[in-house]
Write a protein that binds this ligand. Structure first.
Ligand code: ADP
Length: 401
């Protein structure tokens, strides 16, 4: 069974075609700068094999539909031989950012489902509309394939009310559905399942803290295999310090800036989402650049690293209190998988809680999942590469039976 996974953003589409008989990736790529003159498609064919081939197209890509058409042409081109025709694709998995309170599992897309995703646009105005574009284009281009929505919020629908409610007047929850939802659910769920497999224990018996540190960052407390709390909230802005997003701030910052700095609500929102986080503190949002700047003596870069890793540590403490017993901490995503310094500083000082990092194992960077804790650590520490595309493809397969 071949499954196409689509992550459709406002000006880009990420895709992966996976053969579910052995979970091998047949093609993976990116359509970028949709709507701009300098559109760009990069598609790697058979990326996991020695016959790997990279196809690059630079063309004007007017919209999502023409971008996806070009991708399909690459896949069914007789020279590439990836698939004979469109009908070879059985199912299409769509990453949808916000499922609101309605969707708690991968869902076969029907007109009703589209309507609900549309209704959730106010909760994710930047994400749900381009996700819907991707779905509509795929429905047109692949009329035979089943379309499945996999929601970033779904894994967190098990969070109890006392953890997802904000202490605001209740009417805002009743009328606007303002509450914490959480995101990165596909990634947290995937690494949690992987961790259980690696520990050779049933996920339903494990308490985990999963830490996704990429451009976006979030931490999830998982009790008996289910999400019981997570750091991202109504939108993907709350919690940890991210590349360009602030994470937690005093909510009074909005009023202060409006009153004292003559900023309107759009400017404040943009500042918190795009110009804050690591970038706000030191002008850089890529952790590799931050380390290079620290090596050259930049105090601000050091501060950015300190603020991020301190916040990580603080939330680990909070989630230990939430969970009581923690079996493992899992690091994942760009920073979590690659950055030994961030991992070490995140768990530094947590030894009294039974969290003991093996410094040598932590420094030895590998692409494979690896155990980073000492044998005498009560809490295991893992680094597990996330694979959201495979997780979505597995979800599609399970929905299609
Ligand atoms: P996204 O949230 O966009 O999926 P990723 O999970 O790919 O992001 O993470 C991207 C971030 O990972 C980069 O901005 C960078 O900070 C960090 N990163 C990637 N590679 C490395 C590395 N080798 N060392 C340290 N940080 C890295």
């Amino acid at each position: 069974m071949k499954i196409l996974v689509i992550n459709s953003g406002s000006s880009s589409i990420k895709f992966q075609l996976i053969d579910m008989t052995d979970e091998s990736v047949l093609a993976a790529g990116l359509v970028e700068r949709i709507g701009d003159k300098d559109g760009f498609i990069q598609c790697t064919l058979r990326p996991e094999t020695t016959e790997k081939e990279i196809v690059v197209l630079r063309e004007n890509i007017a919209d999502h539909q023409s971008g996806m058409r070009m991708v399909v042409d690459i896949l069914i081109d007789s020279d590439t031989g990836i698939i004979p025709d469109r009908e070879a694709i059985r199912g299409i998995g769509h990453r949808v950012v916000h499922g609101g309170e309605v969707f708690y599992e991968p869902t076969l897309i029907t007109d009703d489902v589209l309507e609900v995703i549309e209704k959730n646009i106010p909760l994710a105005p930047l994400h749900n509309p381009p996700n819907l574009d991707g779905i509509r284009v795929a429905m047109e281009l692949f009329p035979v394939a089943e379309q499945v929505a996999v929601f970033d919020t779904a894994f967190h629908q098990s969070i109890p009310p006392y953890a997802y409610h904000y202490a605001l007047p209740y009417k805002f929850y009743e009328e606007q559905r303002i509450r914490r939802y959480g995101f990165h659910g596909t990634s947290h769920k995937y690494v949690a399942a992987e961790c259980a497999r690696l520990m050779d224990r049933p996920l339903a018996e494990l308490n985990l803290i999963t830490i996704h540190l990429g451009n976006g960052c979030s931490m999830t407390a998982i009790k008996n295999g289910r999400s019981v709390d997570t750091t991202l909230g109504l939108t993907p802005l709350e919690g940890l310090v991210m590349g360009t997003r602030s994470g937690d701030v005093d909510p009074a910052v909005h009023a202060f800036l409006a009153r004292n700095c003559d900023m309107d609500i759009e400017e404040i929102d943009t500042m918190l989402n795009r110009d804050s986080g690591l970038k706000g503190l030191c002008g850089m949002n890529d952790m590799r650049d931050i380390h290079a700047a620290i090596a050259q003596g930049s105090e601000r870069a050091r501060l950015a690293l300190d603020v991020q890793t301190y916040r990580n540590r603080k939330y680990i403490g909070a989630y230990m209190a939430v969970l009581g017993r923690v079996d493992a901490i899992v690091f994942t995503a760009g920073i979590g998988e690659n950055d030994a310094v961030v991992r070490a500083r995140t768990v530094d000082g947590l030894e009294p809680f039974g969290i003991l990092l093996d410094a040598a194992a932590n420094d030895h960077r590998v692409r494979e999942p690896s155990l980073l804790s000492r044998v005498d650590s009560r809490v295991q520490i893992w680094c597990i590469p996330t694979n959201e595309e495979l997780a979505i493809a597995r979800d599609v397969k399970s929905v299609l039976g």
